[in-house]
Design a protein around this ligand. Structure first.
Ligand code: ADP
Ligand code: MG
Length: 356
């Protein structure tokens, strides 16, 4: 097949192999089959091209599917993250709802107690003055006693002894003083409750954060007093534009956490330190000598429901709520901790809130 040899290089390798099998060599293919062979070869080549094309489009489709899959996976992850954020927001809402109603309750109770305390307090003051007058009167009578006949004098002395008038003279003013102190303390608690539950849920007011910390410290005094001493190192701060009762919740959470991190023995220390950062911002630090936080927990403590405390003691909401409140103030809440030495929570707050 003379012409075949000339085109053998163009001949499809599969056909070439078949011709070799059939005729021994491509050269031995009869001339008459040459045209037929060429057209078969061309068909083979076309079939190859078609297969390549199909393969390429299959590859493209598969790449597209992979990309699509990737998009779907990303979308699913985004949705999961969104659902998580939604759940967080929902929980924070629940918690602030709860705090708001506790605040309202406290404000209501404080208001109710205020009234009776008012009149008990004013009566106590009158009573003290009256008792003073009576005692003065008795003293005057006593100086006049010498003028009485002996018989009457001795029966008066007997009555005095039975009634223990001498004791009464010193005990009565002391009792009244104690009662006044008690009432003053109740008044202070009521004032703290009122400060604490400030009815300012949604609106920013100018307030003194030190007053907020002080009233919160009074509220949580019981939680702290058996475990730690509180040291206040206050700087000179301007009033800041804030939601005072919500900031008080933050202070409360940080203080209670600090108290709960104390080992009990030896007695711990909580330092509340404040200062200014230029004219624009203030900072507050709550530093405790408690257990510290292990590195692997540090990045999770602000997560809702993250707690290392036993059921009933911890809800894991305090810090996530606090974080949200500080964010609402366009501030920053950060933490540093050394295991076994203690923890410092630092709050930075702008003096003035940015224009809405
Ligand atoms: N001052 C602190 N010292 C040590 N660990 C702390 C301190 N504050 C917070 N933590 C850790 O962070 C966790 C989360 O705190 P929080 O959100 O207030 O929830 P809860 O107090 O209900 O556990 C706590 O369980 C505790 O492990
Ligand atoms: Mg807590």
């Amino acid at each position: 097949m003379g012409t075949t040899s000339g085109t053998a290089s163009a001949m499809h390798p599969l056909l070439l192999r078949q011709l070799k099998t059939a005729f021994g060599s491509a050269e031995d293919v009869p001339e008459s089959l040459s045209a037929f062979c060429m057209s078969v070869s061309a068909e083979y080549h076309r079939a190859d091209r078609d297969r390549d094309l199909t393969q390429r489009s299959l590859d493209e489709m598969s790449a597209e599917l992979t990309a699509h899959n990737e998009t779907l996976r990303r979308e699913r992850d985004e949705q999961a993250a969104l659902a998580h954020r939604l759940e967080e927001a929902h929980n924070q809402l629940l918690q602030s709802e709860k705090m708001a109603s506790i605040g309202q309750l406290a404000a209501g109770v404080a208001h109710e107690i205020n009234n009776p305390i008012g009149y008990v307090n004013s009566n106590l003051k009158s009573l003290t003055a009256y008792v003073q007058d009576l005692l003065e009167m008795i003293a005057a009578y006593e100086t006049a006693e010498v003028l009485l006949p002996a018989e009457q004098l001795s029966s008066l002395a007997a009555l005095k002894a039975t009634l223990d008038i001498e004791y009464l003279k010193t005990d009565l003013p002391a009792m009244l003083g104690e009662s006044q102190e008690g009432i003053d303390r109740v008044r202070k608690i009521v004032q703290d409750l009122k400060d604490f539950s400030h009815t300012d849920e949604g609106t920013f007011n100018w307030a003194d954060v030190h007053a907020g910390i002080d009233s919160t410290l009074n509220i949580v005094a019981n939680e702290i007093k058996y475990k730690a001493d509180v040291v206040r190192e206050y700087g000179a701060l301007p009033q800041i534009e804030c939601l005072p009762s919500q900031l008080n919740q933050v202070f409360m959470n940080l203080l209670v956490n600090a108290a709960q991190a104390m080992p009990g023995e030896p007695r711990g220390k909580i330092v509340v330190r404040t200062g200014c950062k230029g004219d624009e911002a203030v900072w507050l630090e709550f530093i405790d000598s408690g257990s510290g936080i292990p590195a692997e927990n540090l990045k999770r403590i602000f997560d809702p429901f993250f707690t290392t405390k036993p059921v009933g003691k911890g809800t894991g909401l305090g810090l996530s709520l606090s974080y949200g409140i500080i964010q609402k103030h366009h501030g920053k809440l950060s933490v540093t901790s050394v295991l076994g030495e203690g923890t410092c929570f630092r709050i930075e707050l702008p003096v003035k809130q940015p224009e809405a």
